[in-house]
Design a binder for this molecule. Structure first.
Ligand code: SF4
Length: 434
């Protein structure tokens, strides 16, 4: 995840104070508001102990009341056999707590369909996890909104794929947009931090500016922009690729909004996911839009971006699916690292006998192609490995989803990568943020 607002706020501070602010100590999302020393996770943070575990996105249930076009879990409205029982979930939570996992993102399918979801969520909060709910929002009425408020979820993210017509088409349900919007309002009225999650495709890009407006009018605190997890066309005509051009325009707009919000001191947060080239692109946006600021503070921004380091799948982000299988993140459901029924998550996560996990945890990652010669590799980290694996059959090839041109990042294209045409389209993902 790329926290656009963090950099914009630092830059706004630099502009007003004349010097770049000191780096913030890295604080996991769950401890951002100050550690709660009454909880185990909070006590760890308060004592300065490193919260070593990753953010865990947990698909607790595969069942969903919708059948969205782009669902990576390919969920349907029926029960799936073999899902983790409540005691099993609790056992995993104990391990996650002991391992220093700071954040649980409870997801699905539709997590609100799980009968014990509130039991799990109350326990997660009591254990001190930053607890987030990832829902389509269509089931949230007054009663459920009250129950969500009782849990005191730290954050609730609701997906919108566009305005009414577009969203309902994506979700294959007339009225889905109105129900999700009603849910946002019910949650906002109860003081719960909410976010809009938007995955851009060629079919909904036209609604993106209006969704940003909606965020403002509905007083939603967070906007999560997820890049379509799309393989692109290798390295052919990268600069002219329609998908890449649309991405650049979208990023320009998002950065403009985030910058304006930071300068106005608004409590609005903008983040992106699924394309770590956003980091280098932020530097280019800065040079184009605000050349004077770029000249004064560009090096500071770059240093901060390098400290972020780009893609963190398999390191700071983890996924557990509905059957208890562990994956480097939600894009890697086809790669099973082991099941929490057989080994604790903490053991699975530290086991680098799996070549993929060894490679993901390597610093720097041993990535080839244009990424290997990219001047901004230290910012981006080589981006999203699953796209390379899906397109080239090699998880350590260059990321075909990078939308930056060779000349922008001073890299050299190899004949091999040029010759690779798109073989398949990777399904876009339901997105998760904290
Ligand atoms: S070429 Fe590779 S390392 Fe450089 S910005 Fe693109 S994806 Fe990141």
């Amino acid at each position: 995840m790329f926290r656009v607002t963090q950099y914009m706020r630092e830059l706004a501070l630099a502009q007003s104070h004349g010097h770049y602010p000191a780096p913030r100590r890295h604080v996991p999302a769950g401890a951002e508001r100050g550690p709660d020393s009454s909880s185990p996770v909070g006590r760890q943070a308060a004592m300065g102990q490193r919260l070593s575990g990753p953010v865990v996105i947990w698909n607790l249930i595969r069942r969903c009341n919708l059948t969205c076009k782009h669902c990576y879990a390919q969920s349907a409205d029926h029960d799936y056999a073999g899902e983790l029982s409540t005691p099993e979930v609790f056992g995993v939570m104990d391990d996650l707590r002991d391992f220093g996992v700071p954040v649980l993102i409870l997801s699905g399918g539709e997590p609100l369909l799980r009968p014990d979801i509130f039991e799990i969520a109350h326990r997660a909060k009591a254990m001190g996890f930053y607890t987030s709910l990832s829902t389509n929002g269509t089931m949230i009425d007054t009663t459920l909104a009250d129950r969500i408020a009782e849990v005191d979820f730290d954050y609730v993210g609701i997906s919108l794929d566009g305005l009414r017509e577009t969203h309902d088409k994506f979700r294959r349900l007339q009225g889905a947009f109105d129900r999700s919007l009603a849910a946002l309002r019910l949650l906002n009225a109860r003081g719960i931090k909410t976010g809009l999650r938007f995955t851009m495709t060629a079919l909904n890009a036209h609604d993106f500016p209006a969704l940003l407006d909606l965020m403002r009018t509905e007083r939603v605190q967070k906007f999560y922009f997820s890049h379509l997890n799309y393989a692109g066309r290798g390295n052919t005509h990268r600069g002219k690729d329609a998908q890449h051009l649309a991405t650049r325009e979208a990023m320009d707009l998002l950065f403009d909004r985030a910058w304006a919000a930071a300068c106005d001191g608004l409590d609005e947060e903008f983040v992106t996911g699924n394309n770590d080239a956003d980091g280098p692109y932020l530097l280019q946006w800065l040079a184009r839009r605000h050349p004077e600021l770029a000249q004064r503070f560009g090096a500071d921004v770059r240093t901060r971006l390098v400290a972020w380091g780009g893609n963190s799948s398999g390191v700071q982000v983890a996924n557990i699916d509905n059957l208890g299988h562990v994956h480097p993140d939600t894009m890697w459901w086809h790669h099973d690292l082991g099941c929490v029924r057989d080994r604790p998550f903490s053991t699975i996560w530290q086991d680098t006998s799996d070549p993929l996990m060894a490679g993901l945890k390597a610093r720097p990652r041993n990535v080839g192609g244009r990424c290997a010669t990219c001047q901004d590799f230290d910012i981006c980290g080589g981006n999203t490995r699953v796209r390379a694996q899906q397109l080239y059959g090699d998880p350590w090839a260059e990321d075909p989803g990078c939308y930056l041109a060779d000349e922008e990042i001073g890299c050299v294209s190899t004949p091999t990568s040029r010759s690779v045409a798109m073989k398949r389209r990777i399904i876009p993902l339901e997105v998760h943020d904290v």
